[in-house]
Design a protein around this ligand. Structure first.
Ligand SMILES: O=c1ccn([C@@H]2O[C@H](COP(=O)(O)OP(=O)(O)O[C@H]3O[C@H](CO)[C@@H](O)[C@H](O)[C@H]3O)[C@@H](O)[C@H]2O)c(=O)[nH]1
Ligand SMILES: [Mn+2]
Length: 768
C-alpha cells in the first residue's frame, strides 16, 4: 500500500542479488580488459608470421568484449511484476474496457485450420465479459477451408464456452485441454465432458475430412459466407472477404446456456498482385481498421495462430497494468513471454527462448519495458495507431455499457463498410505502415513498432506469471530454427540501420539501458564475423603449430581462463535457474554457434546487400507448425534433423569439417612426435577451443558420416562441405588445389594431416 493508502493494481519488485551480480560482472570486465591488453601488447612485429591473424583476433576479442558489455543491459537491473486481479474486480466489477483479439494466419497447410480454431476458441473463452470481447481472424491465405473451420468453431463455441466457465477449465484450447485429461467411464467425471469431447471430435473429423478432400460438401456451401469466394482467383488476387460469424450485439447470438457470445469475425484482406501486402504488419493494420468499425475495443491483444491462451485470466492481468490509477496511463503495451508446448526436455534446437524470457526481458523491463514480440501482447489501441504520450493523459477508458445492445445498421451494411477498410488502396497516401499501426518494410515488424511506441514516450511492461499465459509451437527442425533466426537477425539489424535505430534515433527518447538492450538484439547478425573468425582461424593455426594464445605458464593465461570459465559457468547457472537442464544448456551452446555461423551470416549479408540497393525487401518465411510424423518422431527423441538441403548447412558442415581435420591432424602429429606435453604447455587454449568445436559438432558428424535415416545430412551438403573445407585447408596448407570431389576429400584430409605433420613450422610452433 502506498503512503496515501492507495492500493495499486500491480507491483514491481527489483531482483535480489543485484549487487553480487554487478561485482561479478565487474570482475569479468577486468578480465576482458586484461585480454585486450595482452593482444595489444603482443602483436607480432612487421614481417613476422601471424601478425595479420593476431590483429584479426584482437578485432574479434574487442567485439566479444563490447558485445558482452551490451548483454549486461539485460542483466543489470531485473524487475518482476505482480498483479492484483481481485482489486481490479473489486474496484471495477464488470466496468471493463472492450478487448479486441487479433489472430493471424497465412497458410492452411503449414498452419492447419484445426490449430487456428483451437487458438480462436481459447481466446473466445477468456474469463471476461463476452459482450466486451471480439475475436478477429485474419487469414492471409483467404482459404475457404480456414473459413469453414472457423464457421464450425463458431457453432462449437456455443457449447465450449459455457463448459469452460462451468468447470473452470484450463487451458481453454479444446485440443490442449482434452489432451491433458484422460477420459474414462469414471462416474465422477461429468457427463458434459464426454459430450463436449464427442462434439469436438466430430468437428475435428469434419474439418480434417474437408482438408483431405480439398473441397467442401454441398451442404456446407449453403452458408452465405462461401459466396464471397465467387470472385476469388487466387490467394494473391481476391476481394476483401469479411464475415461476422457471431455478432455479440445480436440478441439471438447466445450460447447453449443462454449467455451472450463474444463477437467473431473472419477477414481476408483484399490482395492484388500489383499491391505489396506487407505480410503480418499489413494484416494487423487491416484488422486494426476493421475492428474499429465493428467493436472498437480500447485494448487490442495480438496472438499468432499457434499461440493459444493457456490462462483464462490473462486479460485481467493485463488490465491491472493499464487500469492502475497511478501508473497505468504511461503503459502502451503489456508483453507476455512466448512459451511453447512442444519443447522437449533438453531442447535440441534451444527453441524455448528460455534465457530471453526468464532473464533478458525482465532486464529490459527494468529500463522502461520489453520489446513487442508480435504475439501475446496487449496494446492500447490508440498507441498502436500512433498516439504520443503526454503527461496530461490519464486513465480514460470509456466504460460505456450500452443499454440497447442492438446495432443501428444491419450486419450486411456493416460488413460492406468494413470491407473497404481492408482494401489494397485504402492505405494509399496515408500514414498507415509509417506513423500509424505496425510499421512496414521490416521482417520484424513487431520489434520496430514497439521501439517506435517507446520512442513516443510510452512505457511497456513485461509480465511473466507462473502459469504461462500463451503456448505456441516452436520450430522442430534445424532448418526451421535457422531460417527463423535469419529473419529475426536480419530484421533486427535492419532496424539498427534504419531511421528508427536504437543507437541514434532513440537517443534521449528511451533510457540508455534500453537502448543498449535493443542494440544487443539488433547486433545479433554482426556477431557472425567474430564467431566465424574464432571458429576457424585458431584451429588452422593449431594444425600448423602456431600458438595464438598465452602459454599455460604465462600470467596472461589467467584472464583468458577466468573470463572463459566464469562466463560459461554463469551462463550454465542462468540456464538452470531458468528451468533448463545441463544437456539443454549444451545444446543451447551448439545452436548459439550454428545461428552465428549460418543464420546471422546470411542475415548480415542480405541486410548489407539490401542497404546497398542490391536486393529488395526480404520475404517473410512462415515458420511451419506441423511436421511429417517421421520428422516429429526424431524431434521427440532429440535427434538432429538435417534432411533437406540448405545453404546454411553447408556453412555449418564446412566449419565442422575444418575443425575435425585440424584436431585429428594435431593428434596425429602429437602422438607420433610425442608432442602432447608441448601442446599442453604452449597451445592449451587453442586446443581446447578446437576440441570443444569438434565435441559440439558431434551431431553434425553423425549426420554426415554415420546416420542412415532420412534426417541425415543430404549428400550434396556432404560433398559441398567436404570440398569447401578441403579447399580452405589446402589453400591454407599451400599445397596444390585438390579436386572438389568426394573421394578426393579423404585425400585432402590426408594432405592436410600430412602437411601439419611433416612440415617444419617457421614460427614458435611446437614442431621445430
Ligand atoms: O504474410 C504473412 C506472414 C505471416 N503472418 C502471420 O504471422 C505470424 C507469425 O509468423 P511465424 O511464421 O509463426 O513467425 P515466427 O518466427 O514464429 O514469429 C515471430 O516473429 C515474427 C516477426 O519476425 C512476429 O511477427 C511473430 O509474431 C513472432 O511470433 C503467424 O501467425 C502468421 O500466420 C501473416 O499473417 N501474414
Ligand atoms: Mn510462430
Amino acid at each position: 500500500m502506498g503512503n496515501d493508502g492507495y492500493l495499486p493494481l500491480f507491483e514491481t519488485k527489483r531482483a535480489n542479488g543485484r549487487t553480487l551480480y554487478r561485482v561479478f560482472a565487474g570482475s569479468i570486465f577486468v578480465g576482458i580488459c586484461l585480454i585486450w591488453s595482452y593482444r595489444v601488447s603482443h602483436v607480432p612485429r612487421h614481417g613476422e608470421d601471424g601478425r595479420l591473424v593476431w590483429i584479426g583476433l584482437l578485432a574479434a576479442e574487442l567485439w566479444f568484449g563490447f558485445y558482452w558489455f551490451l548483454t549486461q543491459a539485460h542483466r543489470w537491473n531485473l524487475v518482476y511484476r505482480q498483479t492484483f486481479k481481485d482489486r481490479l474486480s473489486h474496484r471495477y466489477g464488470n466496468e471493463l474496457p472492450g478487448v479486441d483479439i487479433f489472430v493471424c494466419t497465412a497458410d492452411p497447410v503449414i498452419e492447419p485450420p484445426m490449430m487456428v480454431i483451437n487458438t480462436v476458441l481459447s481466446v473466445m473463452a477468456y474469463d471476461y465479459p463476452p459482450e466486451k470481447l471480439s475475436v478477429y481472424l485474419s487469414d492471409d491465405a483467404g482459404s475457404q477451408l480456414t473459413f469453414y473451420a472457423l464457421l464450425e468453431a463458431s457453432q462449437f463455441a456455443k457449447y465450449w464456452i459455457p463448459f469452460c466457465k462451468k468447470f473452470n477449465v484450463e487451458p481453454r484450447s479444446p485440443a490442449a485441454y482434452l489432451d491433458s485429461i484422460s477420459i474414462s467411464d469414471d462416474s465422477k467425471q461429468p457427463k458434459e465432458l464426454a459430450t463436449i469431447k464427442k462434439l469436438y471430435e466430430d468437428m475435428k473429423n469434419q474439418v480434417e475430412n474437408v482438408a483431405k478432400l480439398g473441397r467442401l460438401p454441398e451442404v456446407h456451401l449453403r452458408h452465405k459466407g462461401f459466396s464471397e469466394w465467387d470472385s476469388y482467383s487466387s490467394r494473391h488476387d481476391h476481394d476483401t472477404i469479411l464475415q461476422i460469424l457471431i455478432d455479440g450485439k445480436d440478441p439471438n447470438a447466445k450460447d447453449s446456456e443462454g449467455c451472450v457470445l463474444p463477437t467473431l469475425v473472419y477477414v481476408a484482406r483484399e490482395k492484388r498482385p500489383q499491391y505489396f501486402h506487407n505480410f503480418k504488419a499489413g494484416a494487423m493494420n487491416a484488422l486494426i481498421r476493421v475492428s474499429s468499425a465493428i467493436s472498437n475495443g480500447q485494448i487490442v491483444l495480438n496472438v499468432d495462430c499457434d499461440m493459444y491462451s493457456n490462462n483464462s485470466l490473462a486479460v485481467r492481468d493485463a488490465l491491472c497494468f493499464f487500469m492502475d490509477e497511478k501508473k497505468g496511463h504511461e503503459i502502451a503495451y503489456v508483453q507476455f513471454p512466448q512459451n511453447f508446448d512442444n519443447i522437449t526436455k533438453n531442447e535440441l534446437y534451444s527453441s524455448s527462448l528460455r534465457v530471453m524470457s526468464q532473464v533478458e526481458f525482465h532486464g529490459l523491463d527494468g529500463y522502461g519495458g520489453p520489446l513487442y514480440v508480435g504475439t501475446g501482447c496487449f496494446h492500447r489501441r490508440d498507441t498502436l495507431c500512433g498516439r504520443k504520450f503526454s503527461r496530461e493523459i490519464h486513465n480514460e477508458f470509456k466504460i460505456d455499457i450500452p443499454k440497447d445492445r442492438e446495432r443501428e445498421e444491419t450486419i450486411a451494411v456493416l460488413e460492406e463498410k468494413s470491407k473497404v477498410l481492408a482494401s489494397c488502396t485504402y492505405e494509399n497516401n496515408t500514414a498507415w505502415g509509417k506513423e500509424m499501426g505496425l510499421k512496414y518494410g521490416c521482417p520484424v515488424e513487431d520489434v520496430i513498432t514497439g521501439l517506435s511506441i517507446q520512442c513516443r514516450g510510452w512505457k511497456s511492461v513485461y509480465y511473466n506469471p507462473e502459469r504461462k499465459a500463451f503456448l505456441g509451437v516452436a520450430p522442430t527442425t534445424l532448418a526451421q530454427i535457422l531460417v527463423q533466426h535469419k529473419r529475426w537477425s536480419e530484421g533486427d539489424f535492419q532496424i539498427l540501420l534504419s531511421k528508427y535505430s536504437p543507437a541514434w534515433f532513440a537517443n534521449g527518447k528511451i533510457s540508455l539501458g534500453l537502448q543498449l538492450g535493443y542494440c544487443c538484439y539488433c547486433l545479433w547478425a554482426t556477431n557472425c564475423l567474430a564467431v566465424l573468425y574464432y571458429s576457424i582461424v585458431p584451429s588452422l593455426y593449431l594444425l600448423r603449430g602456431i600458438p595464438l594464445f598465452p602459454e599455460l605458464s604465462s600470467p596472461w593465461f589467467l584472464p583468458f581462463a577466468y573470463v572463459v570459465i566464469s562466463k560459461y559457468m554463469y551462463s550454465l547457472a542462468e540456464y538452470l535457474w531458468s528451468g533448463g537442464t545441463v544437456l539443454g544448456w549444451w545444446n543451447d551452446q551448439r545452436i548459439w554457434l550454428y545461428k552465428r555461423t549460418s543464420s546471422y551470416l546470411l542475415g548480415f549479408i542480405d541486410t548489407i546487400a539490401k542497404s546497398l540497393g542490391l536486393h529488395s525487401d526480404s520475404a517473410f518465411v512462415i515458420t511451419a507448425k506441423v511436421s511429417k510424423q517421421e520428422v516429429y518422431r526424431r524431434y521427440v527423441k532429440e535427434i538432429m534433423e538435417f534432411g533437406d538441403s540448405s545453404a546454411m548447412f553447408t556453412a555449418l558442415a564446412t566449419i565442422a569439417l575444418i575443425n575435425l581435420v585440424c584436431l585429428i591432424g594435431l593428434m596425429k602429429k602429437a602422438i607420433l612426435n610425442e608432442g602432447i606435453p608441448i601442446i599442453y604447455e604452449t597451445m592449451l587454449l587453442q586446443f581446447v577451443l578446437c576440441a570443444i568445436l569438434v565435441l559440439i559438432n558431434w551431431p553434425l558428424y553423425q549426420g554426415l558420416f554415420f546416420r542412415k535415416d532420412n534426417g541425415k545430412m543430404p549428400k550434396e551438403i556432404m560433398e559441398f562441405g567436404a570440398s569447401s573445407s578441403s579447399a580452405m585447408l589446402s589453400l591454407w596448407a599451400n599445397t596444390a588445389l585438390l579436386n572438389f570431389t568426394l573421394p578426393a576429400w579423404s585425400g585432402a584430409v590426408e594432405d592436410g594431416l600430412n602437411h601439419g605433420f611433416n612440415e617444419p613450422i617457421e614460427s614458435t610452433g611446437i614442431c621445430k
